[in-house]
Design a protein around this ligand. Structure first.
Ligand code: ADP
Ligand code: NI
Length: 220
């Protein structure tokens, strides 16, 4: 595997995310990169395509770079500038384009490399890290953690999902609890199931504490 280009991508991403604290940070990208490589090894996917797609998957994110979110121009420019052959560039950009969660309009990636990166990105929204990211996102968007009078909205399509403003607790029902049934790889699904269980324990306890009924339950 071309370690040189991987190191350059790591550096590019680190400087790109230097000022973002919304949950789309360099740490997220590096976790996705490590997980995607683990899945790629198990699935027999192309390691360099997977690694570069994982490292570049958020540099054209709609929330950070709306003007390049369709074209993926930041990723493309990086790859071209660093001499990645155009056929491999296309494979990497294809994987990046197919990563995003778009409610009911989400796609199943067309390549195994895309599947590994999408699973890795979704896994990072789950479990203890996923809980931390959700509350960090809610805080940075000045959202309420929870509102018992506001029901979650299920089955949103791309437009609805993008424009919907939800509490952080509702985000678990609107996205996070749906992910475990939408994983592409066997090992990704296994990890997702474990992280999903942990989130359910967390949310059930959160809601009991919110109502002040947590002590009652535990005494029974
Ligand atoms: P991705 O990394 O897949 O592109 P998103 O851009 O959808 O993910 O979101 C980034 C992080 O912010 C994820 O951990 C996600 O769960 C969290 N997040 C997104 N929308 C909300 C929301 N409405 N409330 C709380 N957390 C959110
Ligand atoms: Ni991401």
């Amino acid at each position: 595997m071309g370690n040189d280009i991987i190191h350059k991508a790591e550096e590019y991403v680190r400087s790109f995310f230097a000022s973002d604290f919304s949950g789309h940070d360099n740490d997220h990208t590096m976790r996705v990169y490590r997980t995607a490589c683990r899945l790629a090894e198990e699935e027999g996917a192309d390691m360099e395509i997977t690694a570069l797609a994982a490292l570049l998957h958020d540099v054209d994110d709609r929330k950070i770079s709306p003007e390049t979110s369709e074209s993926k121009l930041n990723a493309e420019n990086f790859l071209k500038k660093n001499g990645v052959p155009s056929e491999r560039c296309e494979r990497i950009l294809q994987a990046v384009k197919e990563v995003s969660f778009e409610g009911t309009d989400s796609v199943v990636p067309s390549t195994i490399e895309g599947k590994c990166v999408q699973d890795a990105d979704r896994l990072d929204a789950l479990g203890a890290v996923g809980i931390g990211r959700a509350f960090a996102y809610g805080g940075s968007h000045h959202r309420r953690m929870h509102d018992p009078d506001e029901a979650p909205v299920l089955n949103m399509n791309k437009e609805e999902y993008r424009s919907h403003v939800s509490t952080t607790v509702n985000h678990f029902y609107e996205k996070l609890f749906l992910l475990k049934d939408r994983m592409n790889t066997r090992s990704g699904r296994r990890t997702a199931e474990e992280r999903d269980r942990f989130m359910h324990v967390f949310i059930e306890r959160f809601l009991r504490e919110w109502e002040g009924t947590d002590e009652e339950r535990e005494d029974q």
